[in-house]
Design a protein. Sequence first.
Lengths: 283, 75
Amino acid sequence: MGNLLAAVVSAEAADSGESKSYIERMFSSDGFHAPSITDFFPPALFGDGTIFEFNRIMMVRLIAAIALIVVFAIVAQRAKVVPGRFQASIEFLLDFVKDQIVEPVMGHEGKRFLPILTTIFLAIVFFNITGVIPFLNIASTSLIGLPIIMALWVYVLYLAHGVKKHGLGGYLKNSLFPPGVPKAIYLLLTPIEFLQVFILRPATLALRLAANMIAGHLLLVLCFSATQYFFFAASGAMKATGAVTFAAGFAFTLFEVFVALLQAYVFTMLAAVYLNMALEEEH
Amino acid sequence: MDVTTLAAVEGNLATIGYGLAAIGPGIGLGILIGKTIEGMARQPEVSGQLRATMFIGVAFVEVLALLGLVTGFIF
């Protein structure tokens, strides 16, 4: 329902200037409004034009961050030896990062990175999941800014720990000159490795997260705005198609929950893998 | 109408571009996931490790299709 409203609101944004209420708009149609990239740049709530411009997506990010802090503050304060249902589900998330991501990738050495990787995982889960929460309806990570911050965090983390462990020269030699190939191959291999380590890894981390969330949001808006169009503008048998897109909208909402968790998993997993590569001894 | 123009395309070509960009990663994901299932069926005891490695691979393949999506919006 919230998504349907969001579709109508985005349709409203497409041609503002008319003075119909949301409810009126919801049950009438003036043609099909396809979702577009402008959905991700809502008008500013305040501070328009300054660097402190605050729009709807910033608000959603703030809400997600506060929710994350509040949930964990409450659980930590009331932590019991025998966990209740709420505490158990939070502990499940924490255990998931430990058992499924850090231990298999980094082994026992990864224990000291467990807190930071757990923080990354939980932050991304909370920022992603806003995409399917009614009335928030947009993933905080669907604008590239937040994923860039997360990716830079991982970037600095693995570079710093690599340099700290092997020294600057040792780390560069380790990552740019993989052993076991003929010397001449380094002409080809070193530039590729350089691109990989210093540019492609952080860039793809950020892009993957943002693009997944953008695609998810567009998919949901497409489903629900098509439903609205079919129900109120199409005629005859075409109206029945609306039922299909309506059901598809709910199915894709569930799928988006899965994607939100999967992307958090993939991001944290890759962060652990990159960190592990930086720490590895001569291979 | 210009008689030398035999065919013209209207609208945004990027739409076709995304379809093309999805073919390769689609095949890649099929092979990747299929092989992982094969490996899991042969050796169920290492399925946890296989699944973890599969997701890392999926992330690398998937980003190609997502680049196709992003470039569609940029160009």
